[in-house]
Design a protein around this ligand. Structure first.
Ligand SMILES: [Zn+2]
Length: 241
């Protein structure tokens, strides 16, 4: 599948919606092989998530390729299947941000390249692009989105602690633009979320577009690297003539 994906039907249940996300993201090269993992919050009190089972090909997720887990990432549906290795990160985000209804994690080429390149400065800076308006709460291109980058690890407890610590001062209940829409793991991929699966899916699509813009713009000769700013200069020059 390439280009625009069909909208995810609102009436479909969470399993079928997540299977559709897997097919789409695999087709767009954001979730190749068994990489990536997806979750939907199915209960809040106490917290419960439906998350992809470990090691499943995202292009062909079956109805049984999901498990229900609690806030600590423990499987609670009685199945013997293991949840995705990164389940704890999904639980951390859903527990930390009360409005989160879905968490999506992808492994794209551009996200992987940028996350490794910008790890030394601790984040990726995205500025001036119209598509930033696709991120919840942003209403203008004239803004900056800082995407934190965390060093990669296989230790999910350590990673969850670092993520919590990074966002410790954030009040996620404040209305309007949230403090962050996602983060990157260096040399690994993107985590983003949304109030529901449709919003989280949109955030993946927007971030992946922006990552490709940023990475490709860096390949341009110096002076041509800010397409948004260059476009504004051209408009001003034309108006002055
Ligand atoms: Zn991953």
């Amino acid at each position: 599948m390439t280009g625009a994906a069909p909208p995810i039907p609102a009436a479909a249940d969470a399993v079928d919606q997540l299977r559709a996300v897997g097919r789409e993201f695999h087709g767009r090269s954001w979730s190749l092989g068994t990489s990536s993992n997806y979750s939907v919050v199915t209960a809040r009190e106490p917290l419960e998530l439906l998350v992809t089972a470990s090691g499943k090909d995202k292009s062909a997720l079956g109805r049984d390729d999901f498990v229900r887990v609690d806030a600590a990432g423990r499987v609670v549906d009685g199945s013997s299947r293991r949840s995705s290795a990164e389940t704890l990160l999904h639980c951390t985000l859903a527990g930390m941000i009360p409005s989160v209804g879905a968490v999506l994690h992808t492994h794209s080429v551009w996200g992987t390249i940028l996350s490794a390149a910008d790890l030394p400065r601790g984040g990726l800076r995205i500025a001036g692009y119209e598509m930033l308006k696709g991120l919840e709460g942003i209403g203008t291109h004239d803004t900056v989105e800082e995407v934190p980058i965390f060093a990669n690890t296989q230790d999910m407890v350590d990673l969850s602690v670092r993520v919590r610590r990074h966002f410790a001062g954030v009040d996620w209940t404040q209305p309007g633009r949230p403090a962050a829409h996602g983060f990157l793991l260096a040399g690994h991929g993107l985590y983003t979320w949304g109030g529901d699966l449709a919003e989280a899916r949109r955030h993946v699509e927007i971030f992946e577009f922006l990552f490709e813009c940023v990475a490709r713009a860096r390949m341009l000769p110096p002076g041509d690297r800010s397409p948004a700013a260059t476009g504004h200069r051209q408009v001003q020059q034309q108006q002055q003539q």
